[in-house]
Design a protein around this ligand. Structure first.
Ligand code: PLP
Length: 366
C-alpha cells in the first residue's frame, strides 16, 4: 500500500496521544506500553543533589557525557530532548524540509506519522506484514522508495507489534538509504528493553543513521522526560540550534535527576527484565489457550499485538472496557482494526487479572 499525504491533510495533533491521555486509563490497564512508573524515592537522590539553574548553553555537560558514555559515542553526537517524543520532533524537523518525501513503516506509531504530516512532508509507506512476522523486509522498502525519498523512519522494537529488527536487516536498510542519499531515523525507545550490559544502538551502523530514545519505557522514568538523539556532530549541532526555537533551555533539576537515574539503570533494568520475562510467559500461556486470537510473539520487550478473527476488535475492546474495566489499545490507532495492543510492563496483579478478564470477554463473544 502506498498512501501519500497531501498538504491539505496536515494535522496539528495526535489522535493516539489524545486517546492515551484521556481514555486509556482503566482499573486493569493493559494499554500502557512501558514499565510502571517509578517513584522519586526509588532513585538515590536527595534535594541537595538538585539545583534549579544550570550554566546555560547546550545541555548539562555531565548528562551529555553520561549518555555519550553509555553508547560509546562522542558527546558532540548527543542532543538531549524532552522524551523520545521531542527527540523525534527535533530529528524529523532537522532532517526534513516541507515537501520532502519520507518512507514510514506500516503499522506505525501514529505520533510519528502525525509529526511528519505536520512538518509538511510527503509520506509514503512500506508494509510490515503479519504473515511475515511483522518483520522489516529490505525488498519492501526498496520497492516503495523513490529517487525523492530523503528519510526512512522505523521503530525498533516495533510499536505496536514489539518485533525486534536484527542488526543485519538494519544495516541493509542503511545501505538502501545511502544509495539514495537518504537517512534512516530509528526510534529505539523499546530497544532499551534488551537490558544488555552494553547499550545497543543502530547509530553505530554508520553516518546515515540518526536514532532517538529515552529512559521512559524500559525504566519507568517517563516523568523525567530524559530523551536524546544520537546523530553525526554537524546534524546534532543543527538540532541544538533548532531547539533554540522550541524549548531553548532544559529543566535543570530534571537534567540532574536524569543523571542520577542513568547511574542506577543496571539495578532498575534487572527488576524490569524479571517482570517482563514473567509477564511474557503469562501472556504466552494465555495466547496458547485461545483459538480465537492470533499473534506474533516476540521474545523481548513489553508489547504484543494480537488479532481477532473478524474484521474489527472494537466489540471486544468496548466490552472489555465497559463490563470488565480493562483497557487495551485499539488497533485502529495503528491502521489495523482487527488487532489490539497489550502492554506487559505494569503491576503483576493487575496484569494477571487483566488477562483473566480479557479471556472472559472473549468467551462472552464466542
Ligand atoms: C515508538 C515510541 N516512541 C516514542 C514514545 C514516547 O516516548 P517518550 O515518553 O520518551 O516521549 C513512545 C511511547 O509510546 C513510543 O511508543
Amino acid at each position: 500500500m502506498i498512501a501519500t499525504v497531501s498538504q491539505e491533510n496536515k494535522t496539528k495533533a495526535s489522535q493516539y496521544m489524545h486517546w492515551a491521555k484521556t481514555r486509556s486509563q482503566a482499573r486493569f490497564n493493559l494499554a500502557t506500553s512501558g514499565m510502571a512508573n517509578l517513584k522519586l524515592k526509588e532513585l538515590p537522590a536527595s534535594i541537595d543533589d538538585l539545583e534549579i539553574t544550570g550554566e546555560g548553553g547546550y545541555g548539562y555537560r555531565p548528562l551529555i557525557e553520561a549518555i555519550a558514555g553509555r553508547f560509546k559515542v562522542e558527546p558532540a553526537s548527543v542532543v538531549t530532548a524532552a522524551g523520545t517524543t521531542f527527540a523525534n520532533h527535533l530529528a524529523l524537523a532537522t532532517l526534513l524540509e516541507p515537501g520532502d518525501e519520507v518512507l514510514m513503516e506500516s503499522p506505525v506509531y501514529e505520533p510519528l506519522l502525525a509529526l511528519a504530516e505536520y512538518l509538511g512532508a510527503r509520506v509514503r509507506r512500506f508494509q510490515r506484514r503479519f504473515e511475515n512476522g511483522f518483520a522489516i523486509t529490505p525488498d519492501e522498502i526498496e520497492r516503495n522508495m523513490t529517487a525523492q525519498t530523503r528519510l526512512i523512519v522505523v521503530t525498533n522494537f516495533h510499536n505496536p507489534t514489539g518485533v525486534m529488527t536484527e542488526s543485519e536487516t538494519m544495516r541493509r536498510v542503511g545501505e538502501l538509504a545511502a544509495a539514495n542519499n537518504a537517512r534512516v531515523l530509528v526510534d529505539e525507545v523499546y530497544s532499551e528493553m534488551l537490558f544488555s550490559e552494553e547499550a545497543q544502538s543502530a547509530f553505530h551502523f554508520g553516518e546515515r543513521f540518526v536514532v532517538t530514545s529515552s529512559l521512559t519505557k524500559a525504566f519507568g522514568l517517563s516523568g523525567l522526560r530524559c530523551g536524546w538523539i544520537l546523530a553525526e556532530p554537524q546534524l546534532a549541532e543543527r538540532m541544538w540550534r533548532l531547539n533554540d526555537l522550541f524549548a531553548a533551555t532544559p529543566v535543570h533539576a530534571g537534567e540532574r535527576l536524569s543523571l542520577i537515574a542513568l547511574k542506577s539503570l543496571p539495578e532498575i533494568g534487572l527488576r524490569a527484565k524479571a517482570r517482563l520475562d514473567e509477564h511474557r510467559e503469562l501472556l504466552n500461556t494465555f495466547l496458547d489457550s485461545r483459538d480465537d486470537l492470533e499473534a506474533i510473539r516476540p521474545q523481548v520487550g513489553s508489547i504484543m499485538f494480537p488479532r481477532v478473527k473478524t474484521d474489527s476488535a472494537d466489540e471486544l475492546i468496548n466490552l472489555l472496557r465497559e463490563k470488565y474495566e480493562t483497557s487495551v489499545v485499539p488497533g485502529r490507532f495503528f491502521e489495523m482494526p482487527a488487532h489490539f495492543r497489550i502492554g506487559m510492563g505494569g503491576d503483576s496483579e493487575v496484569f494477571r487479572e487483566g488477562l483473566d478478564r480479557l479471556g472472559q470477554a472473549l468467551d462472552e463473544l464466542r
